[in-house]
Design a protein around this ligand. Structure first.
Ligand code: DX5
Ligand code: ZN
Length: 215
């Protein structure tokens, strides 16, 4: 079962609420992008305060595009978010982060930038709940989809067929089928949804495309 997860990359609490309300009737969870201006050249809301205030039935996953995520994870674990992704390129202390999350009932995944090899996952893969492949350079909506990541995803899926794969960046009606064929089961979707005139219709069309592959 492939899941569509709208991404929310915002600079204000108002935008956060607006986007959550727009997708709430159509999906089960959202992906909250957090950028610190250090690991990536963009800055978002801090997030951990804002999501405590927002009322929503949606599950919230958090994508930490921040340097030294080990310094952030403890306060995030106190929020209602139920899953966290950190970048392997951003930390020397991945086990500390993984262990902190695993002490709770929340989930943890590792993100790999487009150029980062899957060998970086090998010592850690048994300890994480899922892998998060960036299919654009991280930081912004609307990045260019990097086709070569498809081979990396297929290779990882071949070696670890049971490890769930989430993909993030440039997902649309054209790229979603390729990503699913490579092994992805969770599609994080930004511009395709937010640039459409009709959020509901955009999500429905993507769901239809996915269903046609599954049948
Ligand atoms: C970008 C973020 C993504 C982004 C996806 O670095 O991590 O989650 O919001 O947006 P699109 O789908 O526009 O590439
Ligand atoms: Zn993201």
């Amino acid at each position: 079962m492939v899941e569509i997860i709208p991404s929310i990359l915002v600079k204000t609490r108002e935008e956060l609420i607006e986007k959550i309300l727009a997708v709430e009737p159509h999906v089960d969870s959202v992906h909250l992008d957090i950028a610190d201006g250090i690991f990536v050249p963009n800055v978002t809301i801090l997030g951990f305060e804002e999501i405590g205030i927002v009322e929503t039935s949606l599950a919230i996953g958090v994508h930490l595009m921040v340097s030294k995520p080990e310094n952030h994870i403890v306060r995030w674990l106190k929020t209602p978010a139920d899953r966290f992704v950190f970048h392997i390129e951003a930390t020397q202390r991945p086990r500390e982060i993984i262990d902190a999350v695993r002490e709770t009932d929340k989930l943890v995944g590792i993100a790999l930038n487009p150029q980062t090899p899957i060998s970086r996952l090998e010592p850690l893969v048994d300890y994480i709940d899922f892998v998060h492949f960036m299919t654009v350079e991280p930081g912004f909506y609307g990045g260019k989809f990097i086709e070569s990541v498809l081979d990396k995803i297929s290779e990882f899926h071949y070696f670890y067929p049971d490890k769930p794969i989430q993909v993030d960046g440039g997902v649309n009606l054209e790229t979603a089928p390729k990503l699913i064929k490579s092994g992805a089961s969770k599609l994080v979707v930004g511009s395709y949804i937010w640039k459409s005139k009709d959020v509901k219709k955009a999500i429905e069309e993507l769901k239809k495309e996915i269903k046609s592959l599954e049948s």
